[in-house]
Design a protein around this ligand. Structure first.
Ligand code: ZN
Length: 290
């Protein structure tokens, strides 16, 4: 399948589809008191992507999946893009970024300030941002809440990423989960800094409650109003939720719009599904047949 050229010619009239936020295994928190681990094989992963019509997926390292495991999972499958992980305030973290980028073939980094207990604007982390910026590796911050009691909200303040984005204007920064629960401030960061994007992967609590789509519609309306809809990225938090189910929900996002003027424009939704992610993907994916 060719990813360049007129949009939609090989995809039945639609644009590129990218899931920017997937895991191989994850803790699923629909019931925060009884989280459960969900895991997938590569075959299941690719079959779910195909079933939903997605061309590309970003596979993230996390506390259960080290960068080496992501590297093995994506190997020889260009449509899968791997993101590594470091604790950037640890000694040797910037060398580790280079190893993961050049040695393991990982395209970006996922950072977890709230789980690892550091501020994103800690000067000790700056060498990591510098290395990622030089290598062209996008950095995704889990700058959002987590239900674990030890994952402190003080390390999710978007104000800390404001500093990073200002100091490293060439570093491509993604805020996962719309920065929930600080969604408004996070959206505002994208208005301030053109090097900030936000993904809509699993933002609120119960994904199957009708309120979920209502909240997401309101937040996308805020993004529209702020002029940052083109920096919103589709993501799921797969395998916690399937691409097909999240896509279904997303395509009926305007269900609660009381007037057509308050709808999210269809072309804006279409771009969120993939085109907005282009600057964050490896060039080779957008150029070659895979
Ligand atoms: Zn996630």
């Amino acid at each position: 399948m060719t990813y360049l050229g007129p949009i939609g010619t090989e995809r039945g009239g639609r644009g590129l589809r990218v899931d920017m936020h997937c895991h191989i295994s994850m803790l699923e928190y629909t019931d925060p008191r009884h989280p459960r681990i969900v895991m997938v094989s590569r075959e299941e992963f690719l079959s779910d992507l195909d079933a939903a019509g997605f061309e590309i997926a970003v596979v993230l390292s996390d506390e259960r999946t080290p960068p080496e495991a992501v590297s093995r999972f994506i190997s020889a499958t260009p449509r899968l893009v791997g993101f590594g992980y470091v604790n950037p305030v640890r000694h040797g973290a910037s060398e580790e970024v280079i190893r993961q980028g050049e040695g393991l073939g990982l395209h970006g980094l996922k950072l977890y300030p709230t789980l690892d207990g550091y501020r994103a604007d800690d000067p000790r982390a700056f060498k990591v941002y510098e290395a990622a910026s030089e290598l062209g590796m996008p950095v995704m911050f889990h700058q959002a809440g987590m239900p674990e009691s030890y994952a402190l909200l003080r390390y999710t303040d978007p104000e800390q990423v404001d500093v990073v984005a200002a100091c490293f204007p060439d570093l491509k920064i993604i805020l996962a989960h719309l920065g929930y629960p600080r969604v408004e401030e996070s959206l505002y960061l994208a208005r301030k800094h053109r090097n900030i994007w936000l993904d809509i992967s699993w933002v609120y609590g119960d994904i199957r409650h009708p309120s979920y789509i209502y909240f997401l519609w309101k937040d996308l309306l805020k993004a529209l109003n702020l002029g940052v809809l083109d920096h919103i990225l589709f993501g799921t938090d797969y395998p916690g939720i399937s691409q097909a189910e999240y896509l279904d929900m997303f395509m009926s996002i305007n269900r609660y719009a009381a007037s057509p003027e308050l709808e999210i424009p269809l072309d804006g939704l279409e771009k969120i599904l993939g085109e907005n992610a282009r600057p964050l993907l490896p060039n080779i994916l957008l150029r070659e047949k895979i």
